[in-house]
Write a protein that binds this ligand. Structure first.
Ligand code: NAD
Length: 498
C-alpha cells in the first residue's frame, strides 16, 4: 500500500497528524494508497518553509526562473507515460484523456516560460519636468492553490506555474482523492532546478483548507472545486484580507439550431457529454435543440450512440470513458437518474445497470440520456457531474438563449449553427463566461484567460493568461524626479500637470 505524505522543503515528508484518507483505484474499486491529511501545524510548517525561501527566488532573475519552467517541460515529456498511468489509476479517466489533462497543464507552463515578457512594467518618460513615471509587478510572497479531483495534473499546473514564475512561493493543496500526480509534479519541479521550499504540496481536507484560509502569511488563494466550497473559500479568504479567485461548478448547455450540421452536433455531444464520464467542469450537461423537428431528429440520433458507448477500464486503449471517481460519487449520480425519472423526465437510455466484466467492484456506469427535461426539475438545476445528458426542448432561439442565461451557473456554453448572425448575437448576449461557436468545450488556450460567471466563479481575475500574472503580483508605481527638475521651495498644493 502506497503511503502519500506531503512535499515540504523540497522533499517528501510523512504525515504527522495521524489522520489519513483512502486513495482508490476506480477501475477496480481497490484501495491503492493512504494519503496523509495535514493538521494546521503541518500547514504552518510548509508556510514557514515557503516564507524563508521566497525572497531569494523573487530576487532570481526572470530568465533563470523561466529556465526552470523550460526544464520542467522537458521532464514532464520524459515522464509523460508514467504520469498518465498514475493519473488514470487514481482518477479513473482513460489513459488518452489523462494525457490530455497533462497536456492542458503543460500549455500553461509554456505560457509561464514567457515570464520575462509578462512581468514587464510600464514606463512614461518625461511625465513632467525631469519626471519619470513607471510601474513594476512584484510577487505577493507566499500564495496557495486548492484544487479538485477532476484534473489532477492540469489545474495544479494552471495554479503553480504562473505563481512561481512570478516569483512567489506556492502551497498546493490538491484533492485528497488523487494526490499522486501533484506530488510527482512537485518532485519534477525540484529536479528542474526549483529551490526547495518554493513549491510545497500539503495534502489534506477541510482542516488544511481552513488553515490556508486563516494563515496570515498566505497572501492569495486560487481555488477550483464545487460552488458551495468555492463560495466558502472566497468568503473566508477575503474576510481574512486575502486575494481570492474561486472557480466553482457548472451546468453547460449546447444550443442546437435547426440549420446545424447534425453529424457534427451528435459527435460533439457524445464527446462533451460523456468524455471523462461527464466529470469535467466544461462538460455539456444540457442539449437544447431548437424546434420540435430538430429535437426529434437529435434524440433519434443520440439514442443508438449513447447505447453503444464503450465503457472500459481506464487503461484500455479503446474505451470512450472509464469509471467514476468514487463509489460515493457513483451513488450520487445514480440517485440523480432516479430523481429525474420521479420528476417526470423521459429516460431514453438507462446506463445504471452497466457492469464491467472482470472489474465488478469498479465504479462504473453507462451513459444515460434524458429527454423532455424541464427547467424547474432538480436534474436541470443541479450539477450531476456524471455521464448523464439532459435534452431540454426550446420552441425558438429566444427560449434557447434564455436557458443558459437564466441558469445559476455560467461556466461554458455552446451554439451549433451555420448562421453567423445567430452565432454572433448569441455570443454577445448569453450570460455565460466562455462561449463556443460550433465548439462544444470552449476551454480557452493558455494565453487567454479561463473563467465562468455567476455561481461558477467568485472573484475578479481569471486563471491562466494575462490575468494569472495580475492575480499573483501586485503593481507598484514610482514617480521619480531628478534634481534638475526640482524647483526651490516647498509646494503645498497637490502636484498637478497644469
Ligand atoms: P470539491 O469542492 O469537493 O473539492 C475541491 C477542493 O476543496 C478539494 O481540494 C477538497 O479537498 C476541498 N474541500 C472539499 N470539501 C471541503 C470543505 N468542506 N471545506 C473546505 N475544503 C473542502 O470538488 P471536487 O469534487 O474535487 O471537484 C469537482 C467540482 O469542481 C465540480 O463542481 C466541478 O464543476 C468543479 N470544477 C470547476 C472548474 C472551474 O474551473 N470552474 C474546474 C474543474 C472542476
Amino acid at each position: 500500500m502506497r503511503e502519500i505524505g506531503h512535499f515540504i522543503g523540497g522533499k517528501q515528508v510523512k504525515g504527522a497528524s495521524g489522520r489519513t484518507a483512502d486513495v482508490f483505484q476506480p477501475m477496480t474499486g481497490e484501495v491503492i494508497g493512504k494519503v496523509a491529511l495535514a493538521s494546521k501545524a503541518e500547514l504552518r510548517a510548509a508556510v514557514e518553509n515557503a516564507k524563508a525561501a521566497q525572497p531569494a527566488w523573487a530576487a532570481t532573475n526572470l530568465q533563470r526562473r523561466a529556465r526552470v519552467m523550460f526544464k520542467f517541460l522537458e521532464l514532464v515529456q520524459r515522464d509523460y507515460d508514467a504520469l498518465a498511468d498514475l493519473l488514470c489509476r487514481e482518477h479513473g479517466k482513460t489513459i488518452a484523456d489523462a494525457k490530455g489533462d497533462i497536456q492542458r497543464g503543460v500549455e500553461v507552463v509554456e505560457f509561464a516560460c514567457g515570464i520575462p515578457h509578462l512581468m514587464k512594467g510600464e514606463f512614461t518618460d518625461g511625465a513632467g519636468p525631469g519626471i519619470d513615471l513607471y510601474s513594476m509587478r512584484q510577487p505577493l510572497g507566499v500564495v496557495a492553490g486548492i484544487t479538485p479531483f477532476n484534473f489532477p495534473a492540469m489545474i495544479p499546473m494552471w495554479k503553480f506555474a504562473p505563481a512561481i514564475a512570478c516569483g512567489n512561493a506556492f502551497i498546493l493543496k490538491p484533492s485528497e482523492r488523487d494526490p499522486g500526480v501533484p506530488m510527482r509534479l512537485a518532485e519534477l519541479m525540484i529536479e528542474a532546478g526549483l529551490p526547495a521550499g518554493i513549491l510545497n504540496v500539503v495534502n489534506g481536507d477541510k482542516e488544511a483548507v481552513d488553515a490556508i484560509l486563516d494563515d496570515p502569511d498566505i497572501r492569495a488563494v486560487g481555488f477550483v472545486g464545487s460552488s458551495a466550497i468555492a463560495e466558502y473559500v472566497y468568503t473566508r479568504g477575503t474576510a481574512n484580507g486575502k486575494r481570492v479567485q474561486a472557480f466553482g461548478g457548472a451546468k453547460n448547455h449546447m444550443i442546437v439550431m435547426p440549420d446545424a450540421d447534425m453529424d457534427q452536433v451528435v459527435d460533439a455531444l457524445m464527446g462533451a457529454g460523456y468524455g471523462s464520464a461527464g466529470e469535467r467542469c466544461m462538460a455539456i450537461a444540457v442539449a437544447v435543440p431548437v424546434g420540435k423537428k430538430t429535437a426529434d431528429n437529435l434524440v433519434d440520433r443520440l439514442i443508438p450512440r449513447v447505447e453503444s458507448l464503450k465503457i472500459g477500464p481506464s487503461t484500455a486503449a479503446d474505451a470512450d470513458f472509464g469509471p467514476l471517481v468514487t463509489k460515493q460519487h457513483l451513488e450520487k449520480v445514480r440517485n440523480y437518474v432516479e430523481l429525474g425519472i420521479k420528476e417526470g423526465a423521459k429516460l431514453k437510455v438507462d446506463g445504471r445497470g452497466f457492469k464491467m466484466q472482470g472489474y465488478e467492484n469498479g465504479f462504473y456506469m453507462g451513459g444515460c440520456l434524458f429527454d423532455e427535461v424541464k427547467p424547474e426539475m432538480r436534474i436541470y438545476k443541479e450539477e450531476i457531474f456524471g455521464p448523464v445528458l439532459s435534452v431540454v426542448r426550446a420552441k425558438d432561439y429566444k427560449e434557447a438563449l434564455d436557458l443558459p442565461s437564466k441558469h445559476e451557473y455560467g461556466n461554458g456554453v455552446a451554439i451549433f449553427t451555420r448562421d453567423g448572425d445567430a452565432a454572433r448575437d448569441f455570443a454577445a448576449k448569453v450570460d455565460v463566461g466562455m462561449v463556443g461557436i460550433n465548439f462544444a468545450i470552449p476551454v480557452p488556450l493558455a494565453y487567454h484567460t479561463f473563467g465562468g460567471w455567476k455561481r461558477s466563479f467568485f472573484g475578479d481575475l481569471n486563471q491562466h493568461g494575462p490575468d494569472s500574472v495580475r492575480f499573483y503580483t501586485k503593481t507598484k508605481t514610482i514617480t521619480a524626479r531628478w534634481p534638475s527638475g526640482i524647483k526651490d521651495g516647498a509646494e503645498f498644493v497637490i502636484p498637478t500637470m497644469k
